[in-house]
Write a new protein. Structure first.
Length: 122
């Protein structure tokens, strides 16, 4: 299983609530509509809990780690070919999702990477 992991930071002009609402509804629907064309097997959103005191404690524990992400998205693919392959429909669907991501994600501060799952427990 190949996973695209996307650590999201919201646009600076959005509250956490606005960001989460947009991501849960508008963007989630767009991903679901394009999942087959893009070869997405599974799409999961992890929304960061609004617990500032706890997050500050974890940051101190880790020697002043950066602020937590506002969320993490995981997109699962059967293979690298399913992720990179495809034609004009896939290019168009990817472009549409990127255009929508600009509506709520601070893209320059939201790293993403592709990796292979290595299950240890479960």
């Amino acid at each position: 299983m190949i996973k695209l992991t996307f650590c999201l930071r919201r646009r600076p002009d959005m509250t956490l609530e606005e960001f989460q609402q947009y991501w849960r509804t508008t963007h989630a629907a767009l991903v679901a509509e394009r999942a087959e064309v893009l070869g997405i097997r599974r799409y999961v959103q992890f929304h960061t809990a609004d617990l500032p005191g706890l997050h500050q404690s974890m940051q101190r524990r880790n020697g002043g780690a950066p602020q937590p992400y506002d969320g993490v998205a995981e997109l699962w693919f059967d293979s690298i070919d399913d992720f990179v392959g495809g034609g004009p429909e896939k290019i168009q669907a990817s472009a549409e999702l990127l255009a929508d991501e600009r509506n709520f994600i601070d893209l320059p501060n939201s790293p993403m990477w592709l990796g292979e799952e290595n299950v240890i427990v479960g």
